[in-house]
Design a protein around this ligand. Sequence first.
Ligand SMILES: CC(C)(COP(=O)(O)OP(=O)(O)OC[C@H]1O[C@@H](n2cnc3c(N)ncnc32)[C@H](O)[C@@H]1O)[C@@H](O)C(=O)NCCC(=O)NCCS
Ligand SMILES: Nc1ncnc2c1ncn2[C@@H]1O[C@H](COP(=O)(O)OP(=O)(O)OP(=O)(O)O)[C@@H](O)[C@H]1O
Length: 205
Amino acid sequence: MPLIALTGGIASGKSTIASRLAAHGAVIVDADQIVRDVQSPGTPVLEAIAGRFGEHMIRPDGSLDRSALGSVVFGDDAAVRALNDIVHPAVKTESHRRFSRAFDDDPNAVVVYDVPLLAEARSEDPWELIVVAHAPAALRRRRLVEIRGMSASDADARLAAQISDDDRLRFADVVIDTAGDLSETHRQVDELWASLPARIAGTRS
Ligand SMILES: CC(C)(COP(=O)(O)OP(=O)(O)OC[C@H]1O[C@@H](n2cnc3c(N)ncnc32)[C@H](O)[C@@H]1O)[C@@H](O)C(=O)NCCC(=O)NCCS
Ligand SMILES: Nc1ncnc2c1ncn2[C@@H]1O[C@H](COP(=O)(O)OP(=O)(O)OP(=O)(O)O)[C@@H](O)[C@H]1O
């Protein structure tokens, strides 16, 4: 029952890697989805966000205005910390619930937690393997602007809110280099999958 963390900076290719691992049979637990779930209309987390950042963070339909909150917090360290204090405990609890459910369903499951902020928030969890998706920040910035249509200043603010590539890489047991083309990323993921039984045995011996 290996529990593997998959992390990387924004637009580093985490989702691409997660999809490939899922095709091999891994169960993916997606931290961004959990964030959205714990922030859904009517939740205590959403109420706390409105309490701290203002009622205008909630749209008329009761959902979180993500771009409004993003423009307030990204670029303001104290605001990011305040948001983290509200959101991260709920995300941690819910992620553990989803890991347990996956292992209850299949004790031999390979569970992969796709978690952008591993180094910032979850480095202490008992991961058997930490996989880091890595492409230089300048390339990721280009992907945000050219593929996702983000403005350069929004891309810069999101990149700046995350720890540096060097600091993130320090946590890595395995690095997937995502600066090449997609087939090159897939090849590395396939190799990782094939090597998992030996790697997991290694961490347990
Ligand atoms: C502020 C919010 C509403 C902005 O949403 P938006 O859709 O505009 O951006 P998105 O979630 O795609 O994040 C953009 C990039 O910023 C990074 N990021 C998001 N939150 C944080 C944070 N608290 N600290 C540092 N980086 C962050 C993400 O990893 C991503 O790479 C949202 O990011 C949020 O609720 N963040 C707090 C929860 C969190 O920590 N999420 C990260 C995943 S665990
Ligand atoms: N070699 C590569 N490996 C992975 N992604 C690549 C590669 N080359 C180009 N890309 C593109 O870069 C983008 C990476 O996006 P992806 O959603 O996989 O990253 P992410 O780390 O999950 O992003 P986010 O942090 O925003 O959730 C995609 O548009 C993908 O097609």
